[in-house]
Design a protein around this ligand. Sequence first.
Ligand SMILES: [Zn+2]
Ligand SMILES: [Zn+2]
Length: 244
Amino acid sequence: MIRLEKKSAIDGLDWLYPPICEICGLGLSGGKALCKPCAENLPRITPPFCDVCGEHFHGLIDSFFDCPNCKELSFHFEFARAAMDRSESTLDLVHRLKYGKEIYLGAELGRLACRAFADRRLAVALEEKWPLVPVPLHRSRQMERQFNQAEEIARIIAMETGLPMLRLLKRVRRTETQTRLSRKQRMDNLRGAFALQHAIPENSPPGYLIVDDVFTTGSTVDECAKVLRKAGAGRVAVLTVMRG
Ligand SMILES: [Zn+2]
Ligand SMILES: [Zn+2]
């Protein structure tokens, strides 16, 4: 006689997605996409790093430090913190989520992003329950892709931390892909691309945490931060999976 046992939702995912580590191919269970050693081996950003853009540096720095690049810039957010340093493996996971539509990788990338909370500057966000605001896609792009990777990542961070996720922004202009553009070109490309989805509530939280997959020049999240600040957001910081 065959007995059917009730399986958990997580076990059910093993049936949908091949339960092997996305990096080394080792068999997995429990709805994970990376085995523990591979997840641990992905390079993360540890001190010292730029206190503004999160770029990782080598050496000994024990006071406030902004990198040569940030010294010449001013952003609308206080600081950006990426959990992971740039690496082919992490970027590959991001690309497979975004362009390969391997949406289950959003959970893994969200969990990786949570490592950024080791940063003491983010303790206040946890204490004061700052909402997570995913960088929006333009409606037409989201219809093509069928999901927004930043939102998938933010959803997992929300689950892991208990912070609320708030779709506070919308993209009002579809912008061309930024990969090959300089910082100046990116800024021009993005100007006026975002707007509030709805007004910031009267008794708004003290701060907001913008969530995206990769921080490269910071022009996308800066444009988002600008909209939030203009609408009256007190403090704005940025959290991304990777520093590009
Ligand atoms: Zn592995
Ligand atoms: Zn910097």
